[in-house]
Every structure is written in C-alpha cells, then in structure tokens.
Design a protein around this ligand. Structure first.
Ligand SMILES: C[S@@+](CC[C@H](N)C(=O)[O-])C[C@H]1O[C@@H](n2cnc3c(N)ncnc32)[C@H](O)[C@@H]1O
Length: 285
C-alpha cells in the first residue's frame, strides 16, 4: 500500500487492470451532450492486481537517469513496450528535449511543465503508443488532445510519417510555443516544417475539425465525460484512448466500428490532470 499512496502524488501514471470488452450503439445517445461512459460501459468489472502491478510501479519509480535509450530499454525489459516500432520511435524522440531543465528527464515519472500541467510518465506514453500503434500507420491521421510538451505528438508524427498528419491541440498558449520549440530540436523537426505535424492552440474538447476524421485520437488529460466532438471526429475503424473520471480515472480504449457503433474497454486505472477550462486549470491550487 506504500506504492499506492505514493502514486496519488503523481499524475499521468497507471495501474494495470483486467480487461473486459463492452459495446455501444451511439445512435441511442443524445448527440448534443457528451457521452457518459457509465451509459455504455455495461457489466463493467475491473480487477486490480495489486500483487503484480505495485512491485512493477515501484521499479518504475526507481528507474535511473542513464539516458533516453536506456529508458526505452528499461520499458521494453519490463514489458511495457512490446512493439519494435514503438521502441524505435521513443528512442528517436529524446524525452530530454521535452522536460524542463532541473528535472530528471529519463526517470519514469511525470514531471511538472508549468501552468498546473505535467509531461506524462514514459510508461504512459509507451502504453498509449502501444494501444494506438495499428491506428498510427504511415499515411494515417492522429489527434493529440492536451499536447502539452509536444512529446507524444512528435512520436505520432514519426509513426504516421510525412504522408500522414499528427495534430496537437493545447489550451495554454505558452505551452504551445514551448512545444514548437521542443519539436524543432527533435527528430520530428522536418515533419513540423513540412506541415504533417502541427501544434495548435485551442480547446481540445472541441477536437480539431479541420483535419478530421482521425484514425487515432489520444487525450492526455482526464475528461469527466467523453466529449461528443471527439467521438464525431473519430474515423470508423479508428481508436480513441482517453482517461475518464475525476480523481482516479479509467483509461478507456474506444474503438469505432465501421457501422459507427463503439466498443469500449478499460485498459487500466490512471491519474491525469483534468481536461478542463483554461481558467479553471490556471486557478487550481
Ligand atoms: C498531462 S498534460 C500533458 C500531456 C502531454 N501528452 C505530454 O506528455 O506533454 C495534459 C495537458 O492537457 C492540457 N489540457 C487540459 N485541458 C485542456 C483542454 N480543454 N484543451 C486543450 N488542452 C487541455 C493541459 O494544459 C496539459 O498540457
């Protein structure tokens, strides 16, 4: 339980849960309102495996700071990264370029980036890349809501390549500026210059309609309800990964079927900063 109480101090980190598949026909929902997951996650059963995930989390917290490549090796050794493509991309996008100076960029924890926001923990970035990999193939479109430092948007951009689009949306303008600076120093700089990667200022709850529909949508902040515009901007056959809840959240994996219906499962329990109004975020604490 020591690890459990320590986790509450961090955001954007995860507990692993047992998975269950669930179905939803969105035609039964009010299109004007946000979708309430509790309406469509039926027969939900989540089992916490304390005996296996807490020791694992303890090992994450004690990860050393030997460099980006060692961090990725470490996540591979512990089974968080299984895909060689994900490992390759995370090795190319150096986390050290995205973490504010004075922090340990290669330890597996979230870090503060100002404005009551964080860069997510490496194991969360890896988990989301793994979950979305099939929907981040060359030429596909990816939306990163709450793009923060731009780290994950840059990873998405390398995955979808110059023929695809990786679009970040962030509601703190200073973070958008910082994220552009970060990406310009990274392996994804040419994609930013060419326009297949963009980092935008806006309210991510509205998505980014200009380049919709998206094969993959990642939401990097916790929603109390899945925003309806994001459901609408998800392409049939596409996948959204979004933390849903208040204090502790469920990391939901939402697959839009070709007929438009949604399948939802819970990947794990996580702790993210809220997907919220800008003033509310800046006034927090
Ligand atoms: C966990 S942080 C950053 C995550 C990002 N993936 C990273 O690792 O750098 C979540 C981000 O969501 C942003 N955010 C919160 N609510 C938002 C909203 N309504 N629209 C856009 N961004 C939002 C916060 O400002 C913050 O930068």
């Amino acid at each position: 339980m020591l690890a459990s109480s320590r986790l509450t101090f961090f955001s954007c980190s995860s507990f692993r849960h047992k998975l269950r598949l669930h179905s939803l026909n969105p035609s039964s929902l009010n299109p004007k309102s946000c979708i309430r997951p509790s309406f469509f996650v039926t027969k939900l059963s989540v089992n916490l495996h304390s005996e296996d995930h807490f020791p694992l989390m303890e090992r994450f917290w004690s990860a050393t700071s030997r460099g980006n490549s060692s961090l990725v090796d470490y996540l591979q050794q512990h089974g968080v990264i299984k895909s060689s493509k994900v490992a390759d991309v995370m090795k190319k996008i150096d986390r050290g370029l995205f973490v504010p100076k004075g922090n340990l960029p290669y330890s597996d924890t979230p870090m503060p980036i100002g404005y009551n926001a964080t860069i997510s923990a490496p194991h969360m970035h890896a988990t989301c890349l793994e979950l979305l990999e099939e929907h981040l193939q060359p030429g596909m479109r990816a939306l990163d809501v709450g793009s923060g430092t731009g780290y994950l948007t840059a990873c998405f951009a390398l995955m979808v390549g110059p023929e695809g689009h990786a679009v970040g949306v962030e509601h703190i303008p200073e973070l958008v500026t910082d994220s552009i600076d970060n990406v310009q120093k990274s392996e994804a700089a040419s994609l930013l210059a060419e326009g297949s990667l963009s980092l935008n200022f806006g309210d991510g709850r509205q998505g980014w309609p200009d380049l919709a529909p998206y094969n993959s949508i990642h939401v990097g902040a916790a929603a109390t309800e899945v925003p309806q515009p994001l459901i609408e901007q998800l392409k049939p056959g596409g996948r959204m990964v979004i933390p849903v809840g208040r204090f502790f959240q469920d990391l939901q994996v939402i697959d839009k079927q070709v007929d438009g219906s949604l399948k939802v499962r819970i990947e794990s329990s996580v702790r993210y900063v809220p997907l919220t109004d800008r003033q509310e975020q800046l006034q927090r604490f």
